[in-house]
Write a new protein. Sequence first.
Length: 146
Amino acid sequence: GLLKVRKLTDYSLGLYAARAMRSWVESAAHTHLSESDIPLVGYVPDFIYAPELRYLDEVESGLEASVRCTSIAAQLELIAGGAGIGVLPHFMACHDERLVRICPDVSITRSFWLAVHRDVAGQPRVRAFIDWLLELVKSGATTLQQ
């Protein structure tokens, strides 16, 4: 009631590994991840604040992360450093030369939403920010929805 909410855009996530971990890349393509010895990087289950972040079951039923942290930025660094493989947003991973996408058939879609309190939604500085954000999303649509 007090918020104005609108969908900004969808974004895609995929499975990534460190480019240096060639054997993991090949192994992931030819076996079920639940049956492999490849460590999975993901969130700490008790600290997942939104159900949309529980996406390992969308990769393969029953998957659980063995290397866990509460930040997607930390997960990216762990994966790039060779600690394991994991799900990352394409817009974060696609330009990182340390990473390679694996199992390209794994594709997860989520959405970004914008919520603004109705009392401030019309303020010029808030409107300017929203306009800037909408333009940024529009210009990055290809990267967001790979």
